[in-house]
Design a protein around this ligand. Structure first.
Ligand SMILES: Nc1ncnc2c1ncn2[C@@H]1O[C@H](COP(=O)(O)OP(=O)(O)O)[C@@H](O)[C@H]1O
Ligand SMILES: [Mg+2]
Length: 276
């Protein structure tokens, strides 16, 4: 598979600290279409249904996590853009969802300008971390759904996060470009956020009938070892349909294979983090 040899070894960092405060997890991979937003929505929903108060911060101007949770993007009064650039309080932009204990900090298309508008600002890499402030006490888990790039928005996510969770699609070129992501994580760790760790890797769109999916899984496990989640997310039409209903798969069709997989991923996530 292309690109795999260029990846530098994974360092093992300290586990996430802070009891009583939210664990902040950036879902990052600069490739589009690998399952970041889908995993943000469905893992956060699974955790919420398992009793963990969860927040999704939509940091992608495309707003897939926002619309996928049934939020009407044209009716949003304050968004992550206003939080990052207009000093709106983060509490004033958070919206409830149809799932109890699951909240979203929505994105609108304004956010597309943020990559440029952030450039001249003081502490431009730390706007999100600074904005989080007191809300860390209000949630057990905060997922940041990153855009498909390694620009300032993703740097803000990596600076605000304790951990990075990398979705990898079981497809050709799955590992291509990952070394760039890992380098960026290194850079942010050294310069802005010493506690940042790669928490895990989750295999998405796995098709057990194909050799390709199995090959990618073997390769990813070879490289990331135990950081790779045992739970794999199957390729499933139901998962891809759920956003059009504005609901996580767990709410739409709890017995679907995809719902079962994301619930299991939620349990594995809780075990790793000692969340009960
Ligand atoms: N397990 C899956 N099975 C089938 N389709 C999926 C699955 N996960 C994601 N998709 C679909 O693949 C596309 C890309 O997923 P998405 O989560 O938006 O990726 P990203 O946020 O990384 O760009 C979306 O249309 C989504 O509905
Ligand atoms: Mg996305």
């Amino acid at each position: 598979m292309n690109g795999s040899s260029a990846i530098s070894p994974v360092e093992v960092g300290p586990e996430t600290p802070t009891s009583g405060l939210a664990t902040v997890v950036a879902l990052a991979n600069q490739k589009g279409g690998v399952g970041k937003s889908t995993t943000a929505i469905n893992l956060a929903a699974a955790l919420a249904m398992q009793g963990q108060r969860s927040l999704i911060v939509d940091l992608d101007p495309q707003g897939n996590a926002t619309s996928g949770l049934g939020i009407d993007r044209s009716a949003i009064s304050a968004s992550i853009y206003d939080v990052l650039l207009k000093d709106v309080a983060v509490e004033d932009a958070i919206e409830p969802t149809s799932v109890k204990s699951l909240f979203v900090l929505p994105a609108t298309i304004d956010l597309a300008g943020a990559e440029i508008e952030l450039v001249p600002l003081l502490s431009r890499e730390q706007r999100l971390r600074q904005a989080f402030g007191s809300i860390l006490e209000d949630y057990q888990v905060i997922f940041i759904d990153c855009p498909p790039s390694l620009g300032l928005l993703t740097v803000n996510a990596l600076t605000a996060a304790h951990e990075v969770l990398i979705p990898i699609q079981c497809e050709y070129y799955a590992l291509e470009g990952l070394s760039q992501l890992l380098n960026n994580v290194d850079l942010v760790r050294r310069q802005l956020n010493p506690q940042l760790v790669i928490e895990g890797v989750v295999l998405t769109m796995y098709d057990s009938r194909t050799n390709l999916s199995r090959d990618v899984a073997t390769q990813v496990r070879g490289h990331f070892g135990d950081k790779t989640y045992r739970t794999v997310i199957p390729r499933s039409v139901r998962i891809s349909e759920a956003p059009s209903y504005g609901e996580p798969i767990e709410a739409l069709d709890p017995m679907a294979r995809g719902a079962i997989a994301y619930r299991e991923l939620g349990r594995e996530f809780r075990r790793r983090h000692g969340l009960d």
